[in-house]
Design a protein around this ligand. Structure first.
Ligand code: CO
Length: 190
């Protein structure tokens, strides 16, 4: 059964995730449930905060996207089918020299709210897999964007924080309305 996805402005979304130190079956199960939840919601990324856990853990799956991006995992252009869905534990992003580009992003914690976010096009991310083994991924385009969006979540940063003022302003009423509905749901749940 998919996990419940937390909506804005639940306070958990603002919590920085704790580092993961234990790589056991519980962690693997959680990641698996997050992947199932992401797929069910038709998203390409999901961070632990979005299912109510403040951990340095996120999952991504770029397979549904048009493949106009590049990636190199541990120095090898591994077929995407072999690395997706991908779990990133304790990820750290470094921006590589590249242009910054706008792109209309959405977020599973902000149903029906979309807006342009300007981000660097190319990154390197160091992370651990579910066995605790360290990896380095270099990627660009939507892959790099998706990882930046998810790693932001792990640090309590949301895509609305990264929007230009005029973009954010255009969404302000919808954002406030969502926050109000989220508060209402929290109050009525047992
Ligand atoms: Co998001």
């Amino acid at each position: 059964m998919p996990l419940r996805i937390v909506h804005f402005n639940d306070p958990i979304l603002r919590q920085k995730g704790r580092n993961v130190t234990v790589f056991d079956s519980e962690l693997a199960n959680l990641a698996q449930e997050m992947v199932a939840t992401m797929h069910e919601a038709e998203g390409i990324g999901l961070a632990a905060q979005q299912i109510g856990r403040a951990l340095q853990l996120c999952v991504v799956d770029l397979l549904p996207m048009k493949r106009n991006f590049t990636w190199v995992l541990d120095g090898v252009k591994t077929p995407l089918e072999l690395i997706m869905p991908m779990t990133l534990v304790n990820p750290a992003v470094v921006v590589l020299p590249s242009e910054k580009e706008p792109y209309e992003e959405g977020c599973l914690s902000f149903p029906e709210i979309r807006g342009d976010v300007i981000r660097p096009n190319k990154i390197a991310v160091r992370f651990q897999d579910l066995h605790g083994i360290a990896h380095t991924l270099e990627c660009d385009g939507i892959f790099a964007r998706c990882i930046q969006h998810e790693v932001d979540h792990l640090n309590g940063t949301l895509f609305i924080d990264r929007m230009e003022k005029k973009v954010r302003l255009g969404l302000e009423l919808a954002i406030r309305d969502l926050a109000q509905r989220t508060r209402g749901n929290a109050a009525s749940s047992p």
